[in-house]
Unconditional design. Structure first.
Length: 398
Protein backbone atom coordinates (compact mmCIF):
# COMPACT_ATOMS: atom_id res chain seq x y z
CA UNK A 1 0.00 0.00 0.00
CA UNK A 2 1.35 3.31 -1.05
CA UNK A 3 1.37 6.74 0.47
CA UNK A 4 -0.39 7.66 3.62
CA UNK A 5 -3.79 7.09 4.97
CA UNK A 6 -5.29 9.99 6.84
CA UNK A 7 -4.40 9.49 10.46
CA UNK A 8 -7.64 10.01 12.29
CA UNK A 9 -5.96 10.38 15.65
CA UNK A 10 -2.92 12.25 14.38
CA UNK A 11 -3.65 15.74 13.06
CA UNK A 12 -0.12 16.01 11.67
CA UNK A 13 -0.63 13.29 9.10
CA UNK A 14 -1.75 14.07 5.59
CA UNK A 15 -2.45 12.22 2.40
CA UNK A 16 -0.28 12.16 -0.67
CA UNK A 17 -3.22 12.16 -2.96
CA UNK A 18 -1.43 12.10 -6.27
CA UNK A 19 -0.11 8.58 -5.79
CA UNK A 20 -3.67 7.39 -5.42
CA UNK A 21 -5.74 9.63 -7.63
CA UNK A 22 -3.71 10.10 -10.78
CA UNK A 23 -2.30 6.79 -11.92
CA UNK A 24 0.97 7.24 -13.76
CA UNK A 25 1.71 5.33 -16.95
CA UNK A 26 2.38 1.67 -16.18
CA UNK A 27 5.54 1.08 -14.19
CA UNK A 28 6.76 4.63 -14.48
CA UNK A 29 6.37 5.59 -10.88
CA UNK A 30 9.30 3.59 -9.55
CA UNK A 31 12.67 2.53 -11.01
CA UNK A 32 11.91 4.92 -13.83
CA UNK A 33 15.53 5.88 -14.50
CA UNK A 34 16.32 2.58 -16.16
CA UNK A 35 18.65 2.46 -19.10
CA UNK A 36 16.41 2.64 -22.18
CA UNK A 37 13.44 3.84 -20.18
CA UNK A 38 14.59 7.07 -18.66
CA UNK A 39 11.37 8.69 -17.58
CA UNK A 40 9.50 6.43 -19.94
CA UNK A 41 11.11 7.74 -23.10
CA UNK A 42 13.97 7.05 -25.43
CA UNK A 43 16.76 9.44 -24.63
CA UNK A 44 20.48 9.36 -25.06
CA UNK A 45 21.89 8.14 -21.81
CA UNK A 46 24.94 6.24 -20.75
CA UNK A 47 24.78 2.84 -19.13
CA UNK A 48 26.85 2.06 -16.07
CA UNK A 49 30.41 0.77 -16.41
CA UNK A 50 31.35 -1.95 -13.93
CA UNK A 51 34.68 -3.77 -13.97
CA UNK A 52 35.38 -2.05 -17.30
CA UNK A 53 32.26 -3.49 -18.91
CA UNK A 54 29.03 -1.86 -20.01
CA UNK A 55 26.19 -2.87 -17.68
CA UNK A 56 22.66 -2.04 -18.77
CA UNK A 57 21.10 -2.62 -15.35
CA UNK A 58 21.96 0.84 -14.12
CA UNK A 59 22.47 4.32 -15.54
CA UNK A 60 25.66 6.36 -15.32
CA UNK A 61 24.53 9.65 -13.83
CA UNK A 62 27.83 11.43 -14.36
CA UNK A 63 27.34 12.60 -17.92
CA UNK A 64 24.89 15.15 -19.09
CA UNK A 65 21.68 13.31 -19.74
CA UNK A 66 19.87 15.91 -17.76
CA UNK A 67 18.86 18.01 -20.77
CA UNK A 68 16.90 15.14 -22.26
CA UNK A 69 15.55 14.20 -18.87
CA UNK A 70 14.35 17.74 -18.22
CA UNK A 71 12.65 17.90 -21.60
CA UNK A 72 10.87 14.64 -21.02
CA UNK A 73 9.91 15.59 -17.49
CA UNK A 74 8.34 18.74 -18.93
CA UNK A 75 6.37 16.63 -21.38
CA UNK A 76 5.13 14.30 -18.63
CA UNK A 77 4.11 17.24 -16.47
CA UNK A 78 2.24 18.85 -19.36
CA UNK A 79 0.32 15.59 -19.79
CA UNK A 80 -0.55 15.55 -16.05
CA UNK A 81 -0.60 19.23 -15.11
CA UNK A 82 -2.41 18.82 -11.79
CA UNK A 83 -0.16 16.07 -10.50
CA UNK A 84 2.17 17.45 -7.86
CA UNK A 85 4.20 14.42 -6.78
CA UNK A 86 6.61 12.60 -9.05
CA UNK A 87 9.29 9.99 -8.57
CA UNK A 88 12.82 9.89 -9.93
CA UNK A 89 14.30 6.60 -8.93
CA UNK A 90 17.23 4.44 -9.89
CA UNK A 91 16.90 1.08 -11.59
CA UNK A 92 16.11 -2.02 -9.56
CA UNK A 93 19.69 -3.27 -9.24
CA UNK A 94 22.30 -3.40 -6.51
CA UNK A 95 24.94 -2.01 -8.89
CA UNK A 96 26.57 1.31 -9.47
CA UNK A 97 28.70 2.83 -12.18
CA UNK A 98 32.47 2.72 -11.68
CA UNK A 99 33.50 5.00 -14.54
CA UNK A 100 36.31 7.48 -14.03
CA UNK A 101 33.81 10.21 -13.12
CA UNK A 102 31.46 8.24 -10.89
CA UNK A 103 34.18 6.87 -8.64
CA UNK A 104 35.09 10.39 -7.63
CA UNK A 105 32.00 10.77 -5.47
CA UNK A 106 29.41 8.66 -3.72
CA UNK A 107 26.51 7.18 -5.72
CA UNK A 108 24.03 9.34 -3.84
CA UNK A 109 26.01 12.48 -4.64
CA UNK A 110 26.15 11.79 -8.37
CA UNK A 111 22.50 10.75 -8.41
CA UNK A 112 21.41 13.87 -6.55
CA UNK A 113 23.44 16.09 -8.84
CA UNK A 114 21.40 14.66 -11.71
CA UNK A 115 18.05 14.91 -9.90
CA UNK A 116 18.71 18.48 -8.77
CA UNK A 117 18.96 19.62 -12.39
CA UNK A 118 15.41 18.40 -12.95
CA UNK A 119 13.94 19.51 -9.63
CA UNK A 120 15.18 23.09 -9.95
CA UNK A 121 13.37 23.46 -13.27
CA UNK A 122 9.99 22.54 -11.74
CA UNK A 123 9.92 24.19 -8.31
CA UNK A 124 6.17 23.74 -7.85
CA UNK A 125 6.46 19.95 -8.17
CA UNK A 126 7.76 17.50 -5.57
CA UNK A 127 10.17 14.78 -6.65
CA UNK A 128 10.55 11.61 -4.62
CA UNK A 129 13.94 9.96 -5.06
CA UNK A 130 14.74 6.40 -4.09
CA UNK A 131 17.33 5.74 -1.37
CA UNK A 132 17.89 2.14 -2.34
CA UNK A 133 21.01 -0.07 -2.23
CA UNK A 134 23.82 2.22 -3.49
CA UNK A 135 21.85 5.40 -2.85
CA UNK A 136 20.59 4.45 0.61
CA UNK A 137 23.27 6.53 2.39
CA UNK A 138 22.72 10.31 2.37
CA UNK A 139 24.98 12.52 0.18
CA UNK A 140 28.29 13.84 1.44
CA UNK A 141 28.57 17.06 -0.53
CA UNK A 142 25.55 17.63 -2.80
CA UNK A 143 22.50 19.14 -1.09
CA UNK A 144 19.03 18.09 -2.31
CA UNK A 145 16.82 20.87 -3.64
CA UNK A 146 13.95 21.82 -1.35
CA UNK A 147 11.37 20.10 -3.56
CA UNK A 148 13.09 16.71 -3.32
CA UNK A 149 11.71 14.13 -0.90
CA UNK A 150 13.35 10.82 -0.12
CA UNK A 151 11.92 7.29 -0.19
CA UNK A 152 14.29 5.17 1.90
CA UNK A 153 13.83 1.41 1.70
CA UNK A 154 14.66 -1.55 3.93
CA UNK A 155 15.39 -3.71 0.89
CA UNK A 156 18.56 -5.34 2.23
CA UNK A 157 17.58 -5.51 5.90
CA UNK A 158 16.70 -8.95 7.38
CA UNK A 159 13.02 -8.97 8.20
CA UNK A 160 12.72 -11.20 11.26
CA UNK A 161 13.79 -8.56 13.77
CA UNK A 162 11.98 -5.26 14.30
CA UNK A 163 14.04 -2.58 12.56
CA UNK A 164 14.74 -0.79 15.81
CA UNK A 165 16.29 -3.81 17.51
CA UNK A 166 18.00 -5.67 14.67
CA UNK A 167 21.69 -6.10 15.40
CA UNK A 168 22.84 -7.33 12.01
CA UNK A 169 25.00 -4.99 9.97
CA UNK A 170 22.28 -4.14 7.44
CA UNK A 171 19.82 -3.12 10.16
CA UNK A 172 22.40 -0.92 11.88
CA UNK A 173 23.36 0.64 8.54
CA UNK A 174 19.72 1.33 7.70
CA UNK A 175 19.02 3.01 11.04
CA UNK A 176 22.09 5.19 10.68
CA UNK A 177 21.22 6.13 7.10
CA UNK A 178 17.63 6.90 8.05
CA UNK A 179 18.72 9.21 10.86
CA UNK A 180 21.29 10.89 8.62
CA UNK A 181 18.66 11.48 5.93
CA UNK A 182 16.40 13.03 8.58
CA UNK A 183 19.28 15.34 9.51
CA UNK A 184 19.76 16.12 5.82
CA UNK A 185 16.19 16.93 4.72
CA UNK A 186 13.99 16.64 7.84
CA UNK A 187 11.52 13.89 8.76
CA UNK A 188 8.65 15.58 6.94
CA UNK A 189 10.42 14.94 3.63
CA UNK A 190 11.09 11.26 4.29
CA UNK A 191 8.95 8.35 3.16
CA UNK A 192 9.83 4.86 4.42
CA UNK A 193 9.33 1.85 2.18
CA UNK A 194 9.24 -1.31 4.26
CA UNK A 195 8.50 -4.86 3.11
CA UNK A 196 6.37 -7.53 4.78
CA UNK A 197 6.28 -10.26 2.17
CA UNK A 198 8.41 -12.73 0.30
CA UNK A 199 8.37 -11.68 -3.36
CA UNK A 200 9.58 -15.00 -4.72
CA UNK A 201 7.15 -17.15 -2.78
CA UNK A 202 4.01 -15.25 -1.96
CA UNK A 203 2.50 -18.35 -0.38
CA UNK A 204 5.50 -19.33 1.72
CA UNK A 205 5.08 -18.79 5.48
CA UNK A 206 6.86 -15.52 6.22
CA UNK A 207 6.45 -15.00 9.96
CA UNK A 208 7.17 -11.30 10.37
CA UNK A 209 3.87 -10.21 11.91
CA UNK A 210 5.52 -9.29 15.19
CA UNK A 211 7.64 -6.67 13.39
CA UNK A 212 4.83 -4.72 11.74
CA UNK A 213 3.71 -2.80 14.82
CA UNK A 214 7.19 -1.98 16.17
CA UNK A 215 8.45 -0.91 12.75
CA UNK A 216 5.63 1.51 12.01
CA UNK A 217 5.86 2.88 15.54
CA UNK A 218 9.62 3.32 15.21
CA UNK A 219 9.23 5.37 12.04
CA UNK A 220 6.38 7.39 13.52
CA UNK A 221 8.44 8.16 16.64
CA UNK A 222 11.13 9.59 14.38
CA UNK A 223 8.52 12.00 13.02
CA UNK A 224 7.91 10.18 9.74
CA UNK A 225 4.34 10.04 8.44
CA UNK A 226 4.74 8.87 4.85
CA UNK A 227 4.91 5.16 4.16
CA UNK A 228 4.97 2.51 1.50
CA UNK A 229 4.22 -0.65 3.42
CA UNK A 230 4.54 -3.42 0.87
CA UNK A 231 2.91 -6.74 1.53
CA UNK A 232 1.35 -9.58 -0.38
CA UNK A 233 -2.14 -8.27 -0.81
CA UNK A 234 -3.13 -10.53 -3.68
CA UNK A 235 -5.85 -13.19 -3.67
CA UNK A 236 -5.02 -16.18 -1.52
CA UNK A 237 -1.57 -14.99 -0.52
CA UNK A 238 -0.21 -15.72 2.92
CA UNK A 239 -2.41 -13.87 5.44
CA UNK A 240 -3.14 -11.33 2.75
CA UNK A 241 -6.23 -9.83 4.37
CA UNK A 242 -4.77 -9.95 7.87
CA UNK A 243 -1.53 -8.17 7.00
CA UNK A 244 -3.23 -5.56 4.86
CA UNK A 245 -5.69 -4.79 7.63
CA UNK A 246 -3.06 -4.72 10.39
CA UNK A 247 -0.78 -2.41 8.41
CA UNK A 248 -3.67 -0.11 7.51
CA UNK A 249 -4.81 0.21 11.12
CA UNK A 250 -1.29 0.92 12.35
CA UNK A 251 -0.69 3.50 9.66
CA UNK A 252 -3.85 5.22 10.87
CA UNK A 253 -2.69 5.03 14.48
CA UNK A 254 0.80 3.61 15.18
CA UNK A 255 0.26 3.70 18.94
CA UNK A 256 -2.58 1.22 19.19
CA UNK A 257 -2.22 -1.87 21.37
CA UNK A 258 -0.87 -4.23 18.70
CA UNK A 259 -1.62 -7.52 20.47
CA UNK A 260 -5.21 -6.52 21.06
CA UNK A 261 -5.51 -5.29 17.48
CA UNK A 262 -4.15 -8.58 16.10
CA UNK A 263 -6.74 -10.58 18.06
CA UNK A 264 -9.57 -8.30 16.91
CA UNK A 265 -8.55 -8.62 13.26
CA UNK A 266 -8.14 -12.40 13.48
CA UNK A 267 -11.64 -12.75 14.94
CA UNK A 268 -13.03 -10.52 12.22
CA UNK A 269 -11.37 -12.47 9.39
CA UNK A 270 -11.34 -16.06 10.70
CA UNK A 271 -14.28 -16.08 13.10
CA UNK A 272 -14.34 -16.25 16.86
CA UNK A 273 -14.09 -20.05 16.98
CA UNK A 274 -11.11 -20.42 14.64
CA UNK A 275 -9.16 -17.26 15.56
CA UNK A 276 -7.45 -18.91 18.60
CA UNK A 277 -6.06 -21.66 16.34
CA UNK A 278 -4.80 -19.13 13.81
CA UNK A 279 -3.15 -17.14 16.60
CA UNK A 280 -1.61 -20.32 18.03
CA UNK A 281 -0.16 -21.12 14.60
CA UNK A 282 1.27 -17.62 14.20
CA UNK A 283 2.89 -17.70 17.62
CA UNK A 284 4.25 -21.21 17.08
CA UNK A 285 5.86 -20.56 13.71
CA UNK A 286 7.23 -17.17 14.76
CA UNK A 287 8.89 -18.75 17.78
CA UNK A 288 10.39 -21.51 15.65
CA UNK A 289 11.74 -19.02 13.15
CA UNK A 290 13.15 -16.60 15.72
CA UNK A 291 15.12 -19.30 17.51
CA UNK A 292 16.51 -20.74 14.30
CA UNK A 293 19.91 -19.70 12.93
CA UNK A 294 18.71 -18.32 9.60
CA UNK A 295 17.10 -14.99 8.94
CA UNK A 296 14.32 -13.89 6.65
CA UNK A 297 14.93 -11.92 3.49
CA UNK A 298 12.27 -10.86 1.01
CA UNK A 299 13.46 -13.33 -1.59
CA UNK A 300 14.10 -16.45 0.53
CA UNK A 301 13.32 -19.95 -0.68
CA UNK A 302 11.60 -22.66 1.40
CA UNK A 303 14.62 -24.90 0.85
CA UNK A 304 16.79 -22.48 2.83
CA UNK A 305 14.67 -23.14 5.90
CA UNK A 306 13.88 -26.85 5.53
CA UNK A 307 16.16 -27.69 8.46
CA UNK A 308 14.76 -24.83 10.50
CA UNK A 309 11.25 -23.49 10.91
CA UNK A 310 10.07 -25.21 7.72
CA UNK A 311 11.29 -28.69 8.63
CA UNK A 312 9.02 -31.63 7.94
CA UNK A 313 8.14 -32.22 11.58
CA UNK A 314 7.31 -28.56 12.15
CA UNK A 315 5.22 -28.36 8.98
CA UNK A 316 3.19 -31.27 10.29
CA UNK A 317 2.54 -29.39 13.54
CA UNK A 318 1.47 -26.23 11.66
CA UNK A 319 -0.77 -28.30 9.42
CA UNK A 320 -2.51 -29.85 12.41
CA UNK A 321 -3.14 -26.49 14.06
CA UNK A 322 -4.49 -24.91 10.89
CA UNK A 323 -6.57 -27.96 10.03
CA UNK A 324 -8.24 -27.49 13.39
CA UNK A 325 -9.10 -23.91 12.41
CA UNK A 326 -10.64 -25.27 9.20
CA UNK A 327 -12.70 -27.82 11.11
CA UNK A 328 -13.99 -25.22 13.56
CA UNK A 329 -15.12 -22.94 10.74
CA UNK A 330 -16.92 -25.57 8.67
CA UNK A 331 -20.28 -24.40 7.33
CA UNK A 332 -19.70 -20.88 8.63
CA UNK A 333 -19.04 -17.69 6.63
CA UNK A 334 -15.38 -18.01 7.66
CA UNK A 335 -14.78 -21.44 6.12
CA UNK A 336 -13.05 -20.28 2.93
CA UNK A 337 -10.83 -17.84 4.76
CA UNK A 338 -9.59 -20.54 7.14
CA UNK A 339 -8.86 -22.86 4.24
CA UNK A 340 -6.76 -20.13 2.64
CA UNK A 341 -4.73 -19.89 5.85
CA UNK A 342 -3.72 -23.52 5.33
CA UNK A 343 -2.50 -22.97 1.74
CA UNK A 344 1.03 -21.72 2.63
CA UNK A 345 1.75 -24.92 4.53
CA UNK A 346 0.47 -27.10 1.68
CA UNK A 347 2.42 -24.99 -0.80
CA UNK A 348 5.63 -25.37 1.19
CA UNK A 349 5.19 -29.14 1.41
CA UNK A 350 4.84 -29.23 -2.38
CA UNK A 351 7.86 -26.94 -2.83
CA UNK A 352 9.97 -29.13 -0.59
CA UNK A 353 8.69 -32.33 -2.15
CA UNK A 354 7.69 -33.99 1.09
CA UNK A 355 5.86 -37.09 -0.15
CA UNK A 356 4.58 -38.12 3.27
CA UNK A 357 2.68 -34.94 3.98
CA UNK A 358 2.17 -33.32 0.57
CA UNK A 359 -1.54 -32.98 0.11
CA UNK A 360 -1.69 -31.98 -3.49
CA UNK A 361 -5.38 -32.81 -3.83
CA UNK A 362 -6.31 -30.58 -0.92
CA UNK A 363 -4.18 -27.74 -2.31
CA UNK A 364 -5.88 -28.07 -5.67
CA UNK A 365 -9.33 -28.33 -4.09
CA UNK A 366 -8.90 -25.16 -2.04
CA UNK A 367 -7.59 -23.23 -5.06
CA UNK A 368 -10.50 -24.43 -7.20
CA UNK A 369 -13.05 -23.63 -4.52
CA UNK A 370 -11.60 -20.15 -4.07
CA UNK A 371 -11.65 -19.58 -7.81
CA UNK A 372 -15.25 -20.78 -8.12
CA UNK A 373 -16.36 -18.35 -5.39
CA UNK A 374 -14.36 -15.28 -6.43
CA UNK A 375 -13.23 -15.81 -10.02
CA UNK A 376 -9.74 -14.83 -8.88
CA UNK A 377 -6.69 -16.96 -9.55
CA UNK A 378 -4.19 -17.47 -6.77
CA UNK A 379 -0.72 -16.43 -7.91
CA UNK A 380 2.45 -17.70 -6.41
CA UNK A 381 5.32 -15.39 -7.27
CA UNK A 382 5.60 -11.66 -7.70
CA UNK A 383 7.81 -11.90 -10.76
CA UNK A 384 6.09 -14.62 -12.72
CA UNK A 385 2.54 -14.55 -11.44
CA UNK A 386 2.32 -18.24 -12.18
CA UNK A 387 -1.19 -19.67 -11.83
CA UNK A 388 -1.24 -22.60 -9.47
CA UNK A 389 -2.12 -25.22 -12.10
CA UNK A 390 0.67 -24.14 -14.43
CA UNK A 391 3.07 -24.16 -11.53
CA UNK A 392 2.09 -27.62 -10.44
CA UNK A 393 2.20 -28.84 -14.01
CA UNK A 394 5.76 -27.59 -14.33
CA UNK A 395 6.66 -29.27 -11.08
CA UNK A 396 5.37 -32.57 -12.40
CA UNK A 397 2.40 -32.89 -10.11
CA UNK A 398 -0.12 -32.82 -12.89
ZN1 LIG B 1 29.61 6.70 -14.43
Amino acid sequence: MIGEKPVRQDPNAHVIQDFFHIPPPPNDWIHNLNFGRLLNSEVEIAPAIINGKVVLDQVCFSISTSKNAVNNMRKLIEENPTRKNWTLSIADANKWCECEFCIKETPTDSFLRFVNTIAEKFPDKTFYILAYFATQPPPQTVRPKKNINVIITTIDVPKDDPIQYGNRAEAIKFRNNLKDWIDCVGASRIMVWDYFSNFRHLLMPFPIWHTIGPNIRYYANLGINKFIMQTDGGPGHEFSEFKTRLISELMINPWRNVNRLIVDILIEIYGVHSAPSILKYMQTIEKEQIYGPGWLMNWGDPKEYQCEYLSKSKLQIYKEILSQACTLSQSTPYEMQNKLALLPILYTCIELGLPDIVDYDLFKKICQEYYSKTGETITLEEQHWTPWHEYLHNKGYE
